[in-house]
Design a protein around this ligand. Structure first.
Ligand code: PEP
Ligand code: MN
Length: 351
């Protein structure tokens, strides 16, 4: 075949592409017009019977060289694109997505600006056990110039016979300590009915890994004017995690911090497997600040510092870790909390 012939064929192909493009867009226009009428009449846009009829008639008229299955596949994609064109905006771009909002969300909590590009730390005991226990940690946190104190009042435990937390009493202790030391407190809420009450005691509502898909809890947290720290479920994909955050933002609350806390894998050397790559993925795909909880992801004191360094290196907005005045006697997560001296070294290594 001469070069001339080849050029001619290529030219023809370019023309066909152009025609296809025009036809595909013409089809899209028709689909939109039909969609508009269906909407007026309150009809469902997706009509599987009509789609089946169209596919049948297309394959009946197919003279090849493409096989019917190939033709069906191609047209199915065209149908799908048409349907997507009609779907509401929010189906295309989630409210938490960068596509929807390119700039970073910055959340101000008692003067601490999370998501501003500087690292932030959320430190404190696994569970609130007593006023003295929380106050000792608060003093150390304050002493290091930090602002965010954590402590669980409602503890979701694997066994119903383990310490379940002090409940409202725990929130009261947190509030008292926060007021005395001028700190902001973050605490987990497990029951949607407790969200309204929690707002009076905490500065950030935590939704824990076990509740990441408790949709009623997510919606309740979305209806209040209080930042939410949402932890990744232990078996949740990144997409499920993002959608859980969407549940919160869809109710109006835009102040959400995502927290990677490790996922369950076959690996037994650590309590969970820290999915460090989720951090840059979440930063790319959403505009929300991303934290890494090094305590629950590793379950090992010796790994807190290296994983915290890794978190900061991949662009996390902050790190969460547990600190207890005497970890050996802690009522929960005794093996993985830092004592106060270790905490001080930890913070200073990271700065
Ligand atoms: C916690 O942070 O107190 C906690 C229980 O963590 P997670 O929900 O990630 O297990
Ligand atoms: Mn814990």
């Amino acid at each position: 075949m001469s070069n001339e012939e080849l050029d001619k064929l290529r030219q023809d192909l370019d023309e066909v592409n152009q025609e296809l493009l025009t036809l595909i867009n013409k089809r899209a226009q028709l689909v939109q017009d039909i969609g508009g009428i269906k909407q007026q009449q309150g009809m469902n846009r997706f009509d599987p019977v009509r789609e089946r009829d169209m596919l049948d008639s297309i394959t009946q008229n197919n003279d090849g060289p493409f096989e019917n299955s190939t033709i069906q596949h191609i047209f199915k994609e065209i149908f799908k694109a048409g349907l997507e064109l009609q779907e509401d905006d929010h189906r295309k771009a989630l409210l938490v997505s960068r596509k929807k909002k390119p700039e970073d969300t910055v959340i101000t909590i008692k003067g601490e600006t999370i998501g501003d590009g500087n690292p932030h730390f959320i430190m404190g005991p696994c569970a609130v056990e007593s006023y003295d226990q929380v106050a000792q940690v608060a003093e150390a946190v304050k002493g290091e110039g930090l602002k965010l104190l954590r402590g669980g009042a409602f503890k979701p435990r694997s066994s119903p016979y383990d310490f379940q937390g002090l409940g409202l009493e725990g929130l009261k202790i947190l509030k008292q300590v926060a007021d005395e030391y001028d700190l902001a407190v973050i605490s987990e809420i497990v029951n949607p009915a407790d969200i309204e009450t929690a707002v009076d005691y905490v500065d950030v509502i935590q939704i824990g890994a076990r509740n990441m898909q408790n949709f009623e809890l997510l919606k309740a947290a979305g209806r209040v004017n209080k930042p939410v720290l949402l932890k990744r479920g232990m078996s949740a994909t990144i997409s499920e995690f993002i959608n859980a955050a969407e549940y919160i933002i869809s109710q109006g609350n835009e102040n959400i911090i995502l927290c990677e806390r490790g996922i369950r894998t076959y690996e037994k050397a650590t309590r969970n497997t820290l999915d460090i790559s989720s951090v840059p993925i979440l930063k790319q795909e959403t505009h929300l600040p991303v934290f890494v909880d090094v305590t629950h992801s590793t379950g090992r004191r010796d790994l807190l510092l290296p994983t915290a360094k890794a978190a900061m290196a991949v662009g996390a907005d902050g790190v969460m870790a547990e600190v207890h005045p005497d970890p050996a006697v802690a009522l929960s997560d005794s093996a993985q909390q830092m004592d106060i001296e270790t905490f001080k070294k930890f913070i200073n290594e990271l700065r």
